[in-house]
Design a protein around this ligand. Structure first.
Ligand code: SF4
Length: 258
């Protein structure tokens, strides 16, 4: 089944929430939202390796299933990169597995036995047209943890007020809301090739407030064509039309580097 991407995707949320006119320019220039480059495909493969390792370590697939998927991924890795990257990706995946196991071990030691681990889960943050796939969600008694795995070698990404992670956090809260109350939501970003694990704790009500006060009004502007260009470092960084955008060029001209 082909992978389905939302127009209002969490991964580009920093752009569309702040620059509510960006879709109009992207559509008018007929430029795809994202190009599937080698780095993106390598990242997808690394996520598949992580999922295979996690599922096996959690006892959710058999050894036969694990080995079969592993062979598929080795083949895909050779086709993509010209060598077998599985062992290297498996080593990096261990960082995320350690975090998940550490969280659940803490739960076990504190004699709280209620816990759930979801992997590669599609979440809906309660905003029409917005959904995405969270790499890992761990629910422990009154704590909700959302864990994002970034395989790139770029700069460390902060989870503090991170738009993408906040949307995943809202999606996780929506998924559990009928039967589970949380006191805290902790957003984690793991970048194994930078040996980086950063986390930020917030409150469920703060995320909901942000959705009502910031995200929904932005979506309203997008849907009614009343948006505005708002160039900024965060919004423009991954914008597919940044090389052609007059608003961004104007801001650079004014001496505010983006
Ligand atoms: S480059 Fe920046 S200002 Fe221009 S459309 Fe994209 S996000 Fe908006």
């Amino acid at each position: 089944m082909p992978e389905v991407h939302a127009k209002l995707s969490p991964s580009s949320g920093e752009r569309w929430i702040n620059c509510t006119k960006s879709f109009e320019l992207i559509d008018s220039l007929n430029i795809p939202e994202s190009e599937a480059g080698l780095a993106a495909e390598e990242g997808t493969l690394a996520h598949s390796v992580l999922e295979n390792e996690c599922l096996y370590r959690l006892g959710r697939i058999s050894l036969v299933e694990y080995k079969s998927e592993r062979s598929e991924l080795v083949r895909a890795g050779r086709d993509l990169l010209g060598y077998n990257p599985y062992n290297e990706m498996q080593e990096y995946a261990q960082q995320q597995i350690d975090v998940i196991f550490d969280l659940t071990r803490k739960q076990f030691l504190s004699h709280k036995h209620e816990g759930v681990i979801w992997l590669e889960t599609r979440v809906f943050p309660g905003i029409e047209g917005c959904f995405g796939t969270a790499d890992a969600i761990v629910a422990l008694e009154d704590e909700l943890h959302v864990i994002d795995y970034k395989y790139g070698r770029g700069v460390p990404v902060s989870p503090v007020e991170n738009t993408q992670l906040k949307l995943y956090g809202l999606g996780a809260l929506e998924a559990f809301k009928a039967f589970w109350n949380f006191n805290t939501v902790t957003l984690h970003i793991i970048q194994p090739r930078l040996a980086s694990h950063r986390q930020w704790e917030t409150l469920p009500e703060k995320l909901v407030q942000w959705r009502e006060d910031v995200v929904k009004p932005a979506v309203e502007e997008i849907n009614t064509g009343t948006g505005k260009f708002a160039p900024s470092e965060g919004a423009c960084r991954w914008c597919p039309v940044k090389a052609l955008c007059t608003a961004r060029a104007q801001k650079i001209w004014e001496g505010i580097g983006l």
